[in-house]
Each structure stands twice: as C-alpha cells, then as structure tokens.
Design a binder for this molecule. Structure first.
Ligand code: PGA
Length: 238
C-alpha cells in the first residue's frame, strides 16, 4: 500500500488526477471504476480541467460505477447516473460508461447482467473508492459476510443519514442499492482510496490501526497488492 497525506483536499485531488494521466498514457483503453459522493467531486473537476487543457483523453476508455440506488429512475436528480453525468461524463469525452440500473424490474438479473458486462470488458483496471463513516465501500455496509459480485443491499441507518443531505424534505430517499461486491472491487488491478475531511478521521484511525476489521469493509482493500491511499491532514488526524 502506498499512502500519501496532503495538507488540503485540493492537493489530494490534484495528486490523484496525475495517476489518471499516467494510467491513460499507459493504457488508453483503461476500464475505470468510478464512485459517487462528495469525496470524488474535486478529482472529477481536475479530470475535466485536464481534458479541457488537452492533457487527458478518454475516447478509448470505459467505466463502471460502483453502485446505484434501488429503485431509482436514471433521470432523477439524486440518481448516481445523473450525478456522474453532471460531475464528469458531460465534461469529458468518455462515451462508454455503465452503472447498475436502478430501473431494472428484476434486481437479481440486473446484478448478473452488470457482472457479466464488467467481465466482458476485462475487469476494472483502476477502481476509485471513497469510504463511508461506517467504513463502507460502494454500498458494502459493515457485515459478517460479503458478496463477491454485484447485489441488492439494504442501506444502514448511518448511510441513509449521511446521504439525507442530498434529498429534499419531500423527496423519498431509497433505502436499498445495487452495489458491486467486495470481491469485484478487490479484483480491480489497481485501487485508489481517497479519505478526506475531519469527519472521516475516526474511521481512518480504525482502518489504519494495523488490524483487519471484518466489520470495516474498507479493511479488505488494504490487503490489495496495488492500492494507493490519498488523505488530507484532516482525515489523517494531523
Ligand atoms: P462521501 O461518501 O464522499 O459523500 O463522504 C463516501 C462514501 O460513502 O463512499
């Protein structure tokens, strides 16, 4: 594991974006894994800036997102599909992107279809992860057993509360999601984990205490042979 700690969130995003430049130089047809939430927004802005400046090109790349609420209409402003288009896909030249569909009538069949699509693309080359306050990655919530592939999961109250800030008082907030499983995340060739903000300091402290916690899903990531962690000082507790 490589771990870098920067003074600010902006520096974290800048440094992480350099890995994307490098990755696309090495493999223009990279298969990316993308995440949603507040954490990656700054990185996505950096990637959009770099694309505009001609420093990066996604024309041969493709991507799969970690998760999507279920049920959720694609064009709903709180869908992760909408989030990705607004924060990244509308700003760069990546035309081949996929998310699990929150509109699928049969979630189990959708999960199987999504896994097959990822496998057909050759798996994920570079997976981007944030971490939940409860240690979740994607929507793999703390549990005693973890799924290999994509599955329908119930969100914990902690995740529902953390994401309630995005929903208006009259909007129904989903309590379930389709998420890539821990196995699928783990089989990515490279992983970038970004942890920022003082609110994440307690979970970061637990994550890096030298133990693998089975109730902290992000712990599994630390066992991966090619993981780069970017933190700001606030999350690192410095
Ligand atoms: P956040 O979410 O970036 O909005 O804190 C991270 C996550 O839940 O993975």
């Amino acid at each position: 594991m490589k771990k870098f700690i920067f003074d600010t969130y902006e520096e974290v995003c800048q440094a992480a974006s350099e890995l994307y430049v490098q990755q696309l130089k090495e493999k223009p047809g990279t298969v990316f894994g993308f995440a949603t939430g507040s954490t990656p927004v700054g990185l996505y802005n950096e990637l959009a800036k770099k694309y505009k400046a001609g420093e990066i090109c996604f024309s041969k790349a493709r991507s799969f997102n970690l998760d999507e609420y279920y049920p959720m209409k694609k064009d709903h402003p709180q869908s992760y599909d909408y989030f990705m288009r607004e924060n990244l896909f509308d700003k760069i030249n990546l035309s081949q992107f996929s998310l699990p569909s929150g509109e699928a009538p049969d979630p189990k069949a959708e999960c199987k279809r999504y896994d097959e699509e990822i496998a057909k693309a050759g798996g994920i080359d570079l997976m981007l992860l944030g971490i939940g306050h409860n240690g979740h990655i994607g929507f793999n919530e703390p549990s005693v057993a973890y799924s290999m592939g994509t599955y329908l999961t119930k969100l914990t109250q902690s995740s529902i509360d953390a994401n309630s800030r995005f929903f208006g008082p009259d909007e129904v907030q989903p309590t379930q999601a389709l998420t890539m499983g821990i196995g699928e995340i783990f089989f990515s060739k490279k992983i970038i984990l970004i942890i920022t903000g003082e609110g994440k300091a307690p979970i970061a402290k637990k994550l890096f205490d030298g133990m693998i916690h089975t109730d902290v899903p992000a712990s599994f990531v630390l066992l991966h042979p090619n993981v780069t962690v970017f933190m700001d000082k606030a999350a690192a507790g410095e």
